[in-house]
Each structure stands twice: as C-alpha cells, then as structure tokens.
Write a new protein. Structure first.
Length: 305
C-alpha cells in the first residue's frame, strides 16, 4: 500500500457534484447521489480512510435566471458559477492535506477540480482517462456543450469568454496526458498535434498493453516522479459492456481490468492528490446496467485509494 506524499495519513475529502449543465442529457446529476447511496463512504472507511463529506453541493441554486449562449457555448454562466464553487472546495480540501475526491456530474466540472488542484499544486500534472479529448474550444465545438471543452480552458487556449475571468490557467501541454481516446473530433486532433500533447488512444493500449501505456504516460508528464497527480476519470473511457450507464458511450473501450490497473498504478506512485469520477448517469440503460456502472465507479475509486 503506497503512502501519499502530499496527503496527511489517509484523509479524503469528498466533493459531491450533482451537475448536468455542461451537456444536454438529464440524469448525470444523479450519479454522485447514487455512488454515495451505494456505500462508497463505508467502503473507504473500511480501507482505513478518514472521510470528510458534508453532503452534496446544491449546485442548482447557482443557475442564473437568464443564461443565453455565448457564441456556440451553452449555459456558460451556470457552468462558470458551478466550476468556480467546485474549484474553491477542492482547493480547501487540498490545503488541509486531504486527498480531494470529486464525484460528478458531467466532465465540465473538471474545469473546477483541476483549477482547484493547480491553486495548491501549480506544478501538478493531469492524467485524463476518457474516450473523448474534451479539448474543443468555444470556436471549434460543434455541439456547444461545455463538457467537451474544459481542457481548452485549463490550457488557456479557449480565448476570452465573459464570466470565466476567475480561471487562472497554469496547466501546460507537457503536463497533460490522455489514456483511452477513441472518439476525437478533427479540430481536437489538430489541437493535440499543435501543442504536442501526449495521447494514448485505444490503439496504443492494444499495441503496448495497459502497463506499458501507464508507464509511458507517467514518463511523459511526470518523468522524475516528483509532480503531484490529478486523475480525471470519465467512466465512458471504459467499454460500454463494463460501464453502460453514461451519456456518450463509445464501443471499443478499456476493459474492467485495464481501467482498474490505471487507478492502481497511479496510486502506487504515492503522488495522487486529486481524483475525479465523472459522467455516471443512472437514468440511462436498465437497472442492471446502472448497478454495474455505479459499482464499477466505486471500485475504481477504491483502487485509487
């Protein structure tokens, strides 16, 4: 069992984020509620972790009465208010030297979680596990859904969007790596190439095996194994046969074991400071699929810890 360099003992602060404003499908805001209902806190306490959880954030209270699109970007003011609140909460847990565990909600939340991490650990690296790159800019996005854009804001390539002045980007392309990509928009491919961002698609996972891919990913963003790690895990990185209840499933994803190995290997570095588990949607698919997806989510978190 690894000991964490940046965390006091075994102390975790859970940030419950029932938020769906970054995409159009209802139900993803129910994900964190179900994950807690399925016993995650008890599971972590049984592993010896001291858990701080003060209930789920009341994020719907932050919804503005009027929130017209800015360009193509939908619900920008709502997303901005929510992610700023989440950033402050994650930052407060990290300043107490707790591991910050954020349960989503849609992946737009990562604008907040990663910003909160970088406020405390400006040299942290970001490992993004996802079928999608989520690096569209407000200019390149087709859908206008913010959950496809947070990384562009973190890298400060999104341009100046009113309401997001609070974001102080300090993530550099050399500290971002992807694992599990298989559904990337053409403009996103161009961005990844332009900025030299390391990305391991499912092709590389098939070619090299997950163990080698995780080592190469860590070598890319954390070559001396001395940077804090923020792990942002979208459950749609997993194959839909493993985690079916998610909003944008794509066939050909990570197996159960590959997903868990990533979490185990990053735990073993002792450098983990912040974890996101995103895009569990209990309103999609049948009851058995929901059960499968939520239990997989809980076990991914246990592997991280």
């Amino acid at each position: 069992m690894a000991t964490y360099k940046y965390v006091n003992g075994k102390s975790v602060g859970i940030v419950g984020c029932p938020f769906s404003g970054g995409q159009p499908k209802d139900g993803v805001d129910d994900g964190p509620l179900k994950i807690i209902e399925y016993g995650l806190i008890d599971q972590l306490q049984e592993m010896g972790w001291d858990v701080e959880f003060e209930g789920h954030h009341r994020l719907t209270d932050l919804r503005p009465a009027d929130d017209p699109s800015i360009g193509k970007l939908k619900r920008p003011r709502y997303v901005s208010r929510v992610t700023q609140t989440v950033a402050k909460t994650v930052e407060s847990h990290l300043r107490k030297r707790q591991l910050a565990l954020t349960l989503g909600g849609d992946h737009s939340l990562a604008l907040g979680t990663v910003t909160g991490t970088l406020a405390v650990h400006p040299n942290a690296c970001l490992i993004w596990i996802d079928a999608h790159a989520d690096i569209n800019t407000p200019e390149t996005t087709d859908s206008g859904n913010f959950h496809g854009c947070p990384v562009s804001f973190l890298l400060d390539i999104a341009g100046k969007i009113p309401g997001f002045e609070w974001v102080r980007p300090s993530l550099t392309p050399d500290r971002l790596v992807y694992i599990g990509l298989r559904d990337v928009d053409p403009p996103e491919k161009k961005i990844l190439k332009q900025y030299g961002i390391k990305a391991f698609s499912m092709h590389e996972v098939d070619k090299y095996g997950i163990g080698r891919v995780v080592e190469m990913a860590l070598d890319a963003v954390n070559p001396n194994r001395d940077r804090p790690i923020h792990l942002s895990f979208d459950v749609d990185a997993l194959d839909p046969s493993v985690a079916p209840s998610t909003g944008t499933p794509v066939r050909g994803g990570l197996t159960f074991r590959e997903g868990h190995y990533i979490c185990e290997a990053i735990h073993e570095t002792g450098l983990l400071v912040s974890v996101d588990l995103m895009e569990v949607n209990p309103w999609l698919e049948d009851e058995a699929s929901v059960f499968e997806t939520i239990t997989v989510g809980c076990s991914l978190v246990r592997c991280c810890l």
